[in-house]
Write a protein that binds this ligand. Structure first.
Ligand code: ADP
Length: 183
């Protein structure tokens, strides 16, 4: 019969553990134009893995967003109100530089399908090269949200489709008035 492994305390090998930061601060960057239930699920799960989660909207002049940064910040703040360790911010320029300024050691990203993987891998490797101390952590999308993207939600509502359950209710209201009523 196999004997259980026993070892004397004093004999325990002393393998140096990698130094872990005392408090884990993570940055979850994205466009969030607008936030979907897929993003929200990632925030919910990501918040459990760190002490502080900063949801950071990239100020990207090249993309033509449906909602302004201020509107997206408002929508995000509203839906993460129940999460005491989650905050919302926006940033310009290099993500790793922003993360460093915030004292973050983790970048949080989501993977929905293989199609996300290639882009995400490239970004993660580039960010590692720029700042080796920052780890990109990927969470797999929840099955029921894995087909949701902000782009698709905007398209569907624009064509008169039902988006209930794809975005938080407050975001659905804003989408309706922006896309259907042009406000
Ligand atoms: P970006 O413009 O950087 O892709 P997004 O706002 O579309 O920004 O997404 C930000 C992050 O959230 C990305 O890592 C993306 O893969 C992830 N994400 C987007 N939609 C979902 C979803 N439905 N489930 C899980 N992760 C998602």
């Amino acid at each position: 019969m196999a004997q259980p492994l026993r070892y004397n305390r004093r004999e325990r090998p002393t393998i140096p553990l990698p130094s872990t930061p005392h408090r884990v601060i993570a940055v979850y960057p994205g466009s969030f134009d607008p936030i979907t239930n897929g993003h929200l699920d990632l925030i919910d799960r990501g918040a459990r893995l760190c002490d502080r989660l900063i949801v950071a909207i990239l100020r990207n002049e090249e993309k033509e967003p449906l909602f302004t940064i201020e509107e997206r910040i408002d929508m995000l703040r509203e839906v993460v109100r129940g999460y005491p360790t989650v905050e919302v911010d926006s940033f310009n320029g290099l993500l790793v530089q922003y993360a460093q300024e915030k004292g973050a050691s983790v970048i949080l990203r989501g993977i929905r399908a293989i199609s996300d993987y290639e882009y995400e891998l490239q970004m993660a490797l580039m960010n590692r090269r720029l700042s080796p101390a920052i780890e990109t952590v990927f969470l797999m999308a929840r099955e029921e949200y894995s087909f949701i993207s902000s782009r698709l939600v905007k398209q569907v509502i624009g064509l008169g489709g039902n988006i209930a359950g794809l975005v938080p209710p407050s975001v659905e209201v804003r989408l309706r008035s922006r896309v259907l009523d042009g406000q």
